[in-house]
Design a protein around this ligand. Structure first.
Ligand code: PLP
Length: 478
């Protein structure tokens, strides 16, 4: 069998997988026991004997896809992972086949060129100045800059390393100085605390900013909070604002926070992993009002830009900060050479790096940025409609009016009930949702990522939850 023939088998299998899922066929989630699944997939024999081609490949993919979570299914409402545009998946295939490890220009000129175009597009969306073409030789000119990383967690780490490089330029050589702290919120994504751990600050160096009842940073209380940290003898070197926060999908008031950070000379990092994509929509851009005043922002393309995983951007207002984040010697890579392009390697944890930009580019270039914007607006509108529908239901409380495509609600009863309902839904496989903690309570959570999901699906979800609720009562009585 040739690549073309096996490729045709794979594409036919994927097309049928998506079409059937979109039509609502099959469980949205189905988790066989791992040993049983390994047996069904015939993994050990295939790894030993080979032969995964033609009919064997087709049968393998049937089994593999049957036990894959169906993101294309309208009942997929669980996590902030895109239903990727087919063009983005094709980009992943091209990337996988060409295998251009493009972090150095000579290993992937086309991939690096596309990454730079994507970064510049993002910088312009924020309102920052893209890099001059000759950035390597001209370091005097201030401009924005960025790099694509394998995911938002790595992007948060990279942005915080840039912040550290500004306050402690010799930290790379001498280690992180004592007493540096990051100001975030209890609802900040765990990758912020993880970055603090990796940077040697320790997770306790993440201090929780004062917030309103919904967990958004309260900028009026921020100056006093920063002052209290300084009195304690520690140095707040970065504030992390959410745009939007993972649990409730709410945006912090960025402009006001940025004004405080400027006045206090503290780096403002915006975690826009999920919500920065609203910058593409003229209708929703206001949610990130003031974004251009920040020092850094991360933006996951694999959430709302319909890009296949993984793909995130780290963007900085002044590229020189990012250029200081990493320093290294590697004589086999870094030496004087003809440089017709850009080596992104100096800005990332990764050495070998995929052609991440191609996935974003192909997602954008399929329908243009207007199509992406329309998609984000549609999902946000659906979240508002879902919240209204849920609010009108007896025995259901909605946490807050959504600002993004995330909706949190709970059925009357304790936290354990929400977990149990989600467990039952997942086991039945008819709906796939998540849960979260916010405002001291556990909520059922919908991340409405799928363009195939409609309000009727949310209605069916409510009906299903009520059935499961009745089941819990019967079981209790039994
Ligand atoms: C606000 C926020 N930041 C960071 C991340 C981490 O991104 P990734 O999963 O791409 O590492 C997430 C993931 O959901 C997130 O919601």
């Amino acid at each position: 069998m040739t690549f073309k023939e096996d490729g045709a088998i794979a594409i036919a299998a994927l097309e049928s997988f998506a079409a059937r899922a979109i039509a609502g066929e099959g469980p949205v989630i189905n988790q066989p026991r791992i040993d049983e699944l390994a047996r069904r997939l015939d993994l050990d024999r295939l790894m030993t004997e080979g032969g995964l081609t033609g009919e064997t490949l087709r049968l393998f993919l049937d089994t593999y896809l049957a036990a894959s979570t169906r993101l294309h299914h309208p009942a997929y409402m669980a996590h902030q992972v895109a239903v990727p545009l087919a063009t983005s998946a094709i980009a992943a295939l091209v990337d996988g086949f060409t295998n251009n490890a493009m972090a150095i220009y000579e290993m992937g000129p086309a991939a690096a060129t596309v990454e730079r175009a994507v970064i510049d597009w993002m910088l312009r969306k924020i309102g920052w100045v893209p890099e001059p073409a000759q950035r390597v030789t001209d370091r005097s000119q201030a401009s924005g800059g960025g790099v694509l990383t394998h995911g938002g967690s790595l992007a948060n780490l990279t942005a915080l390393l840039a912040a550290r490089a500004r306050i402690a330029p010799d930290a790379w050589e001498n280690g992180t100085p004592e007493g540096l702290v990051i100001v975030a919120t209890a609802g900040s994504h765990y990758s912020v605390a993880r970055a603090a751990g990796i940077m040697g600050l320790g997770q306790k160096a993440v201090r929780h900013a004062p917030t309103d009842a919904l967990g958004r940073i309260d900028p009026t209380k921020l100056p006093a909070f920063l002052a209290s940290l300084r009195r304690e003898g520690v140095t707040p070197f970065a504030v992390v604002a959410n745009a939007c926060a993972t649990a409730l999908g709410l945006y912090d008031p960025l402009r006001e926070i940025a004004q405080v950070c400027r006045a206090e000379c503290v780096w403002l990092h915006i975690d826009g992993a999920h919500g920065a994509s609203a910058l593409v929509s003229p209708k929703l851009r206001h949610l990130l009002d003031g974004v251009e005043l920040a020092d850094s922002l991360i933006w996951d393309a694999h959430k709302m830009l319909r890009t296949s995983i993984l793909c995130a951007a780290v963007l900085v207002r002044d590229r020189r900060d990012l250029d200081q984040a990493f320093r290294e010697e590697a004589s086999y890579l870094f030496h004087d050479k003809d440089q017709p392009g850009i080596d992104f390697i100096h800005r990332t944890v990764e050495c070998t790096k995929s052609a991440l930009g191609l996935k974003v580019f192909c997602a954008l270039a399929s329908g243009g940025e207007g199509a992406i914007a329309a998609g984000i607006e549609r999902q946000t509108e659906l979240a508002h409609e879902a919240a209204s529908l849920l609010r009108a239901e007896p025995g259901i409380e909605v946490a807050v009016e959504p600002q993004s495509n995330i909706v949190c609600f709970r059925l009357d009863g304790p936290d354990d009930l929400q977990i149990e309902l989600r467990r039952r839904l997942t086991e039945a496989g008819d709906f796939y949702i998540s849960t979260t903690e916010a405002m001291g309570r556990r909520w059922l959570r919908l991340a409405l990522m799928n363009p195939a999901t409609g309000l009727a699906d949310v209605e069916h979800l409510v009906a299903s939850l009520r059935e499961h609720l009745a089941g819990t009562l019967t079981d209790d009585i039994g």
